[in-house]
Unconditional design. Structure first.
Length: 134
């Protein structure tokens, strides 16, 4: 009887941890799409358009590990236009204005955005604006 109990306990010990290893074990869905979309907008630092720099879009994830990084130059009026992949993008802003003592706190400014099919207008603000409440 003891041998049977030990075998049953061992079987449960092996099966229980393995049951949580599925693809839908609470992990967020990630896109594998290689569809491109246009993103444009204005980059603002402390409410004023940045004068130069670049916006970087990183789209790589487990389903598209070799997805290219996309970049767009920031124009004199803060405007940018880029082509990037639909889905989750990690967006980072870089520029000389961020290296001043007053703005260094914004050097690490990566944010995640969802890009939809078609044309997207996304203004980027440093510091980021709080989401609109209900």
């Amino acid at each position: 009887m003891t041998r049977r109990l030990a075998a049953g306990t061992l079987a449960l010990a092996i099966l229980i941890p393995a049951s949580g290893c599925g693809a839908d074990a609470g992990a967020p869905a990630v896109s594998g799409s290689m569809e491109e979309a246009t993103v444009k907008g204005v980059v603002r630092l402390r409410g004023k358009p940045m004068k130069n720099g670049r916006v970087t879009f990183r789209t790589a994830n487990v389903n598209r590990p070799n997805a290219p990084v996309r970049e767009a130059e920031i124009g004199a009026g803060g405007e940018y236009t880029a082509r990037t992949l639909v889905g989750l993008n990690f967006v980072e802003i870089a520029g000389a204005e961020l290296t001043t003592p007053r703005n260094r706190m914004f050097l690490d400014n990566e944010q995640s955005l969802i890009i939809k099919s078609g044309e997207n207008t996304l203004d980027l603000d440093l510091p980021p604006k709080a989401p609109a409440g209900p």
